[in-house]
Design a protein around this ligand. Structure first.
Ligand SMILES: NC(=O)c1ccc[n+]([C@@H]2O[C@H](COP(=O)([O-])OP(=O)(O)OC[C@H]3O[C@@H](n4cnc5c(N)ncnc54)[C@H](OP(=O)(O)O)[C@@H]3O)[C@@H](O)[C@H]2O)c1
Length: 351
């Protein structure tokens, strides 16, 4: 068995990690870390997890290195940065869910994560990217930085155009909508029920750091290019799940059939990306509701000749494919297990 630890065990992503790890046939949960819930059992922190593991939340010290083979950091970025520095050469594998090590370009990192001091040498040792695109780099990797939830949806939506078809994209305009669990358990007025219920709240109408992360990654990954990528993000009423709508403008001549084929080809063999036709089922897809609780990202590509654009829609569960599920997926690859181990659950619907 592979011994796994979760720091941020009381949080939303941490709770999902506990849920997934305790059902995983090859992972054994051996450590739970945190700061303000020390001594608490998972069942006291998460109403859905009545599991008796004999573990309580503990402060994180270097002693954790003797207790785990892989440590998941489901912590705020400044905390992840500090823990990674402390533990990088002591724990065999660290999977960080935060933004601390996602952006490679130093100036971009400083702009979008001003509170996370960049540790260049350490940052350069992290492997970043959605597993579907960087599988080979993950095998045996000691330090892995997971993309953000929006960034995962966006990258999986755009990669077949840039990396697959090698298109040069002039302008990509993204509209993102996410549920309240995307912000974790921090208390913010806008997230209180009287305001969040029924909301379509433009919380980041310009300048979302996940767009910066995606641009940084896809431009480095080469093939086609992206001249401009911008995003507006809305908090909507539901609790989990997100949708990104990318409006892509390019001079390339493409038609619907070619796009559909290119997406199918690109994700052939990728178990967790479902390329879907918009009207293939009774309700239009992709719909975040249709992936909840699962590690799937549903992607739909549409040619819009009247608008002179390509529309790419991606939906995922921010706490699963956008966080804990993807973390388990990369750990599976890191340790040479089949990628889908412990992640074969189908979505629940209606949610
Ligand atoms: N929510 C999502 O959809 C999502 C998706 C992708 C990535 N992420 C990323 O995953 C990370 C966790 O997000 P979340 O939504 O789960 O946040 P959350 O619900 O607010 O949980 C944060 C966790 O971090 C722990 N923590 C805070 N300071 C700590 C410290 N100094 N030492 C140890 N633990 C500490 C907290 O534990 P204590 O209360 O015990 O201090 C808590 O368990 C963030 O970096 C976030 O950006 C989240």
């Amino acid at each position: 068995m592979i011994r796994a630890g979760v720091v941020g065990a009381s949080g939303l992503a941490g709770g999902e990690l506990i849920r997934l790890i305790t059902q995983h046939p090859e992972l054994e949960l051996t450590f739970l870390g945190g700061s303000s819930h020390v001594g608490r059992r998972p069942a006291e922190l998460h109403a859905n997890l009545r599991v008796d593991l004999g573990l309580t939340v503990q402060p994180v010290t270097e002693a954790v290195a003797d207790q785990v083979d892989v440590l998941f950091l489901a912590t705020p970025a400044p905390v992840s940065a500090q823990l990674a520095e402390q533990l990088a050469d002591k724990v065999p594998a660290i999977v960080d869910l935060s933004g601390a090590f996602r952006i490679r370009t130093p100036e971009l990192h400083d702009r979008w994560y001003p509170k996370v001091q960049r540790r260049t040498e350490l940052a350069d040792r992290f492997v970043y990217g959605v597993p579907e695109l960087i599988r080979d780099q993950l095998v045996g990797a000691p330090l892995i930085s997971l993309p953000g939830c929006y960034a995962t949806a966006l990258t999986l939506g755009l990669a077949p155009l840039t990396l697959g078809l090698g298109l040069d994209l002039k302008t990509v305009v993204v509209d993102g909508k996410s549920g309240s669990s995307g912000g974790g358990l921090q208390l913010r007025t806008a997230d209180l029920h009287p305001f969040r219920s029924g909301a379509i709240a433009p919380y980041a109408p310009t300048g979302h750091r996940h767009a910066a992360e995606v641009g940084d990654f896809l431009v480095r990954a080469k093939s086609g290019s992206i001249a401009s990528l911008s995003m507006s993000a809305y908090g909507v009423s539901h609790v989990r799940g997100l949708l990104t709508s990318s409006y892509v403008f390019t001079d390339a001549e493409v038609d619907q059939r070619e796009l559909q084929r290119a997406y199918m080809r690109f994700y052939k063999g990728s178990r967790f990306v479902r390329v879907r036709r918009h009207n293939e089922t009774l309700i239009p897809v992709p719909d975040p509701q249709a992936v909840l609780g699962s590690n799937f990202c549903d992607v739909t590509v549409l040619h819009d000749p009247e608008g002179g654009r390509i529309v790419v829609l991606s939906a995922l569960d921010n706490l699963v494919k956008g966080a804990a599920g993807q973390a388990v997926q990369v750990a599976n690859i890191r340790f040479g297990l089949p990628e889908e181990t412990g992640l074969t659950m189908q979505p629940v619907m209606p949610a």
